[in-house]
Design a protein around this ligand. Structure first.
Ligand code: SAH
Length: 374
């Protein structure tokens, strides 16, 4: 009779930033400088097979092969839009997948990554919210999106674009997966990995006030706030987290985040919803609210998705809104919708979420009683 050997779980090295890897190597009785060598192999040379890591001793390579692995999310599909936007559907485990998007522009290439499977917040205009929530992403699953995209982009014909910027604006609320997000950001900024500057990595949040303050203690990446409304009554409706952390407190936290750093600005995201938050009155209110905050406002035309009650503001309404806030002295950009033909636009990222919150079920029940179909 053969007794099956108990397979111990290998450590996925993508879960560590340099500090974590150094600690892990030390624990293994190895020198901490191995961490930097290993990171270069993985993130800069694209090598996952320990055998090929020629500056590591043979015995260390064998030890690594036995105890560790470099396991990436699995690419299920890759779609390339007419405008060059690329979207990947990545499978994490049997029930869950996430989406990651690359947006090429003239002067940069931005990768939009997810931080959670689904989202626990229920912003009324976001399609991820409709899918409910399953779990936080591991560090390996967050940084894994960058690794997969970086390698895949090199394989797309006629694509000379590289990832110059990363935004945490995909599925999930990054500040509710704090530790893993911060570790993944460390890898993005790490010289032995991607070496991106802090200005080129942007974390977008719905406004988790205590976590904004915590973030300032450990990182100094760019911060974007999903504001979407100029007063609490309306923001309570659109971003229910506002009931816990109202606008005044959130903006104060943003101010603290950039305090002591001249020239830094908070990005304010404002999705324009037809007849909801796009009137001249709203624009004037926004000017009053933001005029003393160092910020730039990013106006985002709403991207519809099946079942939504909102519609996109007319172009004239967007222009009118924009003119008022520009005249009011706010630095403003209007986000161009990209990758629409492959459902890769903001708020359209869906993936596959095994909902643990029963939100999808509740919605279906509600729709059954109202006769609405999703
Ligand atoms: N939870 C974080 C990170 C997600 S980013 C946050 O709220 O900031 C999500 C961004 O996508 C939001 O700022 C919003 O600007 C945008 N968004 C969400 N749904 C959208 C939609 N349907 N159309 C356009 N933009 C949307």
């Amino acid at each position: 009779m053969t007794i099956p050997v108990q397979q111990h779980e290998k450590v996925n090295l993508l879960n560590f930033d340099r500090q974590g890897l150094q600690a892990w190597f030390t624990e293994m009785g190895e020198k901490p400088f191995r961490a930097a060598q290993l990171m270069k192999w993985i993130y800069q040379f694209g090598v996952d097979d320990f055998v090929e890591m020629s500056n590591l001793s043979k015995s260390l390579r064998e030890k690594l092969a036995q105890q560790a692995e470099i396991r990436l999310p699995e690419v299920v599909t890759e779609q390339v839009s007419d405008d060059g936007t690329v979207k990947w559907l990545l499978r994490l485990d049997s029930g869950n997948s996430i989406e990651t998007v690359f947006i090429p522009e003239n002067d940069r290439g931005t990768l939009c990554i997810s931080s959670q499977v689904g989202c626990a917040l229920e912003c009324s205009f976001c399609s991820t919210a409709q899918q409910g929530f399953n779990r936080n992403l591991e560090v390996a699953e967050i940084i894994g999106q960058v690794v997969v995209a970086n390698r895949a982009l090199k394989c797309i014909p006629r694509n000379e674009r590289v990832i110059s910027n990363i935004v945490l604006m995909g599925m999930g609320e990054p500040l509710l997966n704090f530790d893993n997000v911060v570790t993944a950001i460390n890898i993005m900024l790490e010289d032995n990995a991607y070496g991106l500057s802090k200005r080129r990595v942007t974390l977008s949040t719905s406004g988790v006030v205590p976590a904004i303050d915590r973030l300032k203690q450990v990182s100094d990446v760019s911060l974007a706030l999903s504001l979407h409304a100029p007063n609490d009554a309306l923001r309570n409706e659109l971003v229910p987290l506002n009931q816990k952390y109202p606008i005044k407190e959130v903006l104060a936290a943003c101010r603290r985040y950039i305090s002591g750093e001249t020239k830094r600005k908070i990005t304010i995201e404002y999705v324009l919803l037809d007849g909801v938050n796009d009137s001249p009155q709203h624009a004037r209110e926004l000017v009053r609210l933001l005029k003393s905050l160092p910020c730039k406002v990013n106006l985002i035309p709403f991207n519809p998705f099946p079942g939504t009650k909102y519609t996109t503001s007319a172009e004239a309404a967007i222009e009118r809104f924009r003119n008022i806030i520009v005249k009011g002295g706010l630095v403003t950009t209007t986000r161009k919708t990209r990758g629409e033909d492959i459902d890769a636009a903001c708020g359209q990222l869906a993936g596959k979420v095994q909902d643990k919150t029963r939100r999808t079920l509740r919605r279906q029940q509600k729709n059954m009683t109202t006769g609405r179909t999703v």
